[in-house]
Ligand binder design. Sequence first.
Ligand SMILES: C[S@@+](CC[C@H](N)C(=O)[O-])C[C@H]1O[C@@H](n2cnc3c(N)ncnc32)[C@H](O)[C@@H]1O
Length: 202
Amino acid sequence: MDTKVQAVIDELQSRIESEQAQIDSGQGFDVNQLALAAGAETAGFLNLLIRTMGAKHIVEVGTSIGYTALWLGEAARATDGHVIGMEAIDSKYQQCVNNLTRAGLNDVVEVRFGDAKVIVRAIEGPIDLVFLDAWKDDYFDYFDILLPKLRVGGCIIADNIIYPASFQETMRRYQDYVRAHANVRSYLLSIGNGEEMSVRIK
Ligand SMILES: C[S@@+](CC[C@H](N)C(=O)[O-])C[C@H]1O[C@@H](n2cnc3c(N)ncnc32)[C@H](O)[C@@H]1O
């Protein structure tokens, strides 16, 4: 891993661990201030998947302060690709831009500020890989909008299928929804918070 990228990842990893301790302690917290990052296992898997697929056109829905975007961007640089991320909270967007700039990845990852439900409509295909990590009720809409733009063999990875438990009912409905699609084959990966990997097969 590039040392500049690794240094920013390490810094954010410490923040994520202290945030998780805060969440686990049951203290109150403001969800709009937290990084809410997917974690190293999922981010590392996405990094390898981009390299394995040779993915060049990568989309992240829900970018927060840029933890996973750093891992996506580091792999996209190796494939000569690019990442489009998006974030609606201004303070998180600003932190994300700053983190990507310090890591030297601002030319590989473009973060768009605003509502992802609008932004995804303007993204052109063919997309190789999508990482869904915004608010969970919206996953259905993102899937519907982005699937037609995905190349055959491309995939949509959706985070938080298993954890936290409060998302499980919505996530089960999401799994049923994507698995019923004739053009998709989809499985749950027990990685990180649980990732539903949906591949466009036709
Ligand atoms: C779970 S966090 C993303 C974490 C990030 N993927 C990571 O692992 O480092 C979800 C983020 O999506 C953002 N978000 C949710 N709905 C959104 C929307 N409609 N438009 C833009 N951002 C949105 C939230 O503000 C939040 O920062």
